[in-house]
Design a protein around this ligand. Structure first.
Ligand code: FES
Ligand SMILES: [Fe+2]
Length: 408
């Protein structure tokens, strides 16, 4: 099921600030954050969130050289299923072949660069809408009309480039340049915190397509902290999940935040344990902190999931340009909850709750993007409840200031 939440909000964002600041000035500030491991607990410089020149560096040094989560594997379950995304402007598709193999392929035709497939669907073969070149599901070219007279043309030598991918607990990650260190070893120490949810077997019950939003991917990443329960989410999260109770753990590649529920808001499960509020039967075998909290997991730069004891949200955020993102949000359920008598109403309630708190995030994120373009915006001090932001700023700064950066 795919629901169009509403057309992407389109407002004019002035990039004046980012455009007027030389990217080398921004990089000097990032070098300081990287060198000190952000011991001063500061944000990135405001100009970093709207600089097109810095975004070009982010594309190469973060999104194309790292691991980017694109979807759940269960979103392309059967032969012929495909799903498309753009990873920082790079068209990518996931395709399930007839033999059951999942592949990540370039979604750009090998003739004259037409985007091959749109959105998602199921097909026997991949046919380019421009001149009808036809590819098999493994990406090899099956046929190309009126090309036999072209000197040196050999269809057997032509295929859509394969993109390296890894599946971690059902989440499909791609690495565009193919040169990143393997993903799974980087997540080994995250495993003990995730294992008991059993997310490997969870499936997507519903996707909300939020369209494009007028703020930078780093504004979205900054918004991953739970300090803002106090203000932006006073009417939603703060009632049950007070910001002052959160705790964050950071590793090199990942971060987690646990947001404990107030004891008086817990519901009692069939096993007699207290559980954070939800719609369905919780997963069996969770630890006490998992039963009584919601749990956020981030794998930088863009993996962001929200886990409750009975469901999860996979927030898929893709940068479109400096100051602009595309977002899709998948509601994930453990297999047993697909059989629940309240399946439809439960999913609807989860989606409604997401829309409520997302509206609150839209309100702040869109205004933050405008505010950081102010002539008066400066790097800001972070609260102890914003360890997430402290670590993310360091991680981004260190990625962008490693050897070889050059920008005019
Ligand atoms: S661009 Fe795809 S067939 Fe011509
Ligand atoms: Fe939020």
């Amino acid at each position: 099921m795919l629901a169009k939440m509403r057309p992407g909000i389109r407002t004019t964002i002035e990039h004046r600030r980012g455009l007027s600041v030389n990217v080398n000035v921004i990089l000097d500030q990032l070098r300081h954050i990287a060198a000190t491991k952000n011991s001063g607990w500061r944000t990135l410089p405001p100009a970093a969130y709207s600089s097109e020149a810095l975004y070009e560096l982010e594309k190469s040094k973060i999104f194309k050289s790292g691991w980017v989560c694109v979807a759940r594997e269960d979103q392309v379950p059967t032969a012929g299923d495909y799903l498309t995304v753009e990873v920082a402007g790079e068209p990518v598709m996931l395709v399930r072949d007839h033999d059951g193999e999942l592949r990540a392929l370039s979604n750009v035709c090998r003739h004259r660069w037409m985007r091959l497939c749109e959105d998602s669907g199921n097909t026997e073969r991949l046919v380019c809408p421009y001149h009808a070149w036809t590819y098999r599901l493994d990406g090899s070219l099956q046929g190309a009309p009126e090309m036999s007279k072209t000197p040196g043309f050999d269809a057997s030598q032509i295929a859509l480039p394969r993109i390296r991918h890894e599946v971690w607990r059902g989440f499909v990650y791609v690495n565009i340049d193919g040169a990143a260190a393997d993903l799974k070893p980087q997540l080994t120490d995250l495993e003990p915190m995730v294992e008991s949810y059993g997310v490997d077997d969870w499936r997507v019950a519903h996707t909300v397509d939020c369209g494009e939003y007028p703020w930078d991917w780093k504004v979205m990443q900054d918004n991953g902290e739970c300090y803002h329960h106090i203000g932006a989410h006073a009417e939603t999260f703060e009632r049950n999940y007070p910001a002052r109770q959160i705790y964050t753990e950071c590793s090199e590649a990942w971060l987690t935040t646990v947001s404990p529920c107030r004891k008086e808001s817990l519901r009692t499960g069939d096993d007699g344990h207290g559980y954070a509020p939800g719609e369905f039967e919780p997963v069996d075998g969770l630890a006490e902190w998992q039963r009584e909290s919601f749990f956020l997991i981030y794998v930088l730069p863009n993996f962001f999931i929200y886990l409750q004891p009975d469901y999860g949200l996979n927030m898929r955020v893709f940068p479109v340009s400096a100051g602009r993102i595309r977002m899709l949000v998948d509601v994930m359920l453990p297999p047993k909850n697909f059989e629940a008598p309240n399946f439809e109403s439960g999913v609807k309630n989860i989606v409604d709750f997401f829309k409520r708190f997302n509206d609150e995030d839209v309100f702040v994120n869109s205004r933050v993007q405008t505010g950081l373009c102010s002539e008066f915006a400066t790097p800001a001090p972070l609260s102890h409840l914003e360890e997430h932001n402290m670590h993310v700023a360091w991680w981004i700064a260190s990625r962008l200031t490693t050897d070889g950066e050059s920008a005019s």
